[in-house]
Design a protein around this ligand. Sequence first.
Ligand code: PLP
Length: 319
Amino acid sequence: MDALGDFLPQFGIHTDFVKHINDLAEVESKIGPDTRAIFAETVANPSTEILDIEPLSQLAHEHGIALIVDNTVPTPYLLRPIEFGADIVVHSTTKGITGHGNAIGGAVIDGGHLDWANGRFPQFTTRQQVISDDRNGEWHSFAERYGNEAFIKRIRIKYLRTFGAVASPFNAYLSLIGLETLPQRVSQQVASAQRIAEHLNHAAHVMKVNYSGLGYTPQYELVGKYFPRGVGQILSFLVDGSADNVRRIIDGTEVFSYVPNIGDARSLIVDPARITHREVPLDARIAAGVGDNLIRLSIGLENVDDLIADLDQAIANAY
Ligand SMILES: *Cc1c(COP(=O)(O)O)cnc(C)c1O
């Protein structure tokens, strides 16, 4: 939201926001002649709302634009969006992929399917010096030179090589070490998150649990379609009482760490209204379901019974 609403406009890139990303009519109403892409999170943080990728990718392709998805929350272990029609997938590798909160990084994956020369994307069809053949005095465009790989080649050649936006070797090493255990970590975390969500669903002082893996949510069909291995290790819940009760619950946990990261090997707890969504205007924060009494968890690798007992004692002692 900060990046799309505040930072990218300084580079001439503007965003129209929609209320409901799965409402195709609302999304289509925002597509104009200068639209280049639809951008969405595959699983929203902290609501865990699921994106219906297939119809959205059809809509994007009817208009000749790209569907770019942020797949950070589920990680590639739980969801491979290109198989459902996404064109570009981005990840913060800082989270589940690296998995230990020890290296900041990101990854961009291009499915290689979009025709970047369809008239919508002048920066891929304009001839540029950066890929020139100087000996013959010829400049090329990325689309001419690389076809459907124009997007990822442009990132490599312009942003990695020219701007120097590369990961440090040590961070890359930590990320690769983390990646080796991605399936083992995420599968255990998902199983624990599911048990914790079910437990909190019946716990005193808990008014509502946001976790798409619980059978009663309206999105249950999307879980079956996109997430046969579960929806992930993040969940959030609303408690009764005041911001003071929320603070006491968070302070009272002993196994959970009060840290805004997600996808870590350690279990993390946070009050999004004060931490991750602090800079979001109040109306947008409420629209995202982030009230003052919301608590978000990212489940790690500790014993699940210890995690449940920790939450139970923290809640009991906070009132
Ligand atoms: C954390 C996060 C980002 C930003 O990643 P950084 O590595 O902190 O720059 C982007 N998208 C999602 C869904 C995230 O959780």
